[in-house]
Design a protein around this ligand. Sequence first.
Ligand code: NAP
Length: 271
Amino acid sequence: MSRTVAFIGAGNMARSIISGLVASGYPAAQIIAANPSQGKLDALASEFGVQTTNDNLAACEQAEVIVLGVKPQLMAQVCAPIAELDLSGKLALSIAAGVTCDSLQSYLGSDVALVRTMPNTPSLLGLGLTGLYAPAGVSQVDRDFATELMAAVGETLWLEQEAQIDQVIACAGSSPAYFFLFMEAMEQAAEKMGVTQADARLMIQQAALGAAEMVKHNPQLSLAELRAQVTSKGGTTAKAIETFEQQGLRNSVADAMNAAVERAQQMAKEF
Ligand SMILES: NC(=O)c1ccc[n+]([C@@H]2O[C@H](COP(=O)([O-])OP(=O)(O)OC[C@H]3O[C@@H](n4cnc5c(N)ncnc54)[C@H](OP(=O)(O)O)[C@@H]3O)[C@@H](O)[C@H]2O)c1
């Protein structure tokens, strides 16, 4: 039977997960969204039929699973009153970047079981990827429930070490934004060539979608092999790729991903 899940903080990421969960058949009546702004709650109630409240504590009392979906810098403050409740037997699942299990346990106390996750916004469409980590001592039942919950919105990847959560941030949590940036840059370049914004968006969207599907459906081919299939010798793609390589695209990508990891490590010290 589905457990009642309270989302404390119903912003962009929580909304993506709620949407994916409801689309996958998770009972909306067993999802509670708690958030200060009424507008977000009203939208969630009307779009997905979930329960909503401004009262974090009421939501946590009612729920067996508490999804902590607030910004990292608010986590300590939001958890403090929750820690006063009887949390024994409950599972807390954090989606926050840069807030470690040790910090979460210190905010919530030791009665609650903790799973730290790193999802991404494509969860909205059931196309997410969530990295999961739980400290030793968290039961298999709770681990399985966390897997079930996040598998409803995409792929899941269990991690052996908590530090690997930061790698998931760099590769999957933050990376939809890298692809949006790349597509945004392509759209701007196309518009400068005289292509309409609508046509540019359509072409770029289909190329990105098709490329991702080709990667997914051809696990036997490396990414370099897939790229080679597009790249005729002496042709147009070769010239474009040569330009990217000369301008140091690979180094830029590596620097950006390392910066995301470093920021996550820094946040773990701050929060
Ligand atoms: N966005 C992503 O792609 C992504 C991916 C992976 C993980 N995450 C993690 O997900 C968390 C949320 O990020 P987000 O992008 O979804 O941010 P967000 O859209 O700002 O959502 C945070 C929500 O928390 C609410 N909130 C603020 N104070 C609260 C309180 N005292 N009690 C309950 N709710 C409160 C905010 O409500 P108001 O707006 O009404 O103040 C807001 O709706 C972060 O910890 C982030 O690291 C995000």
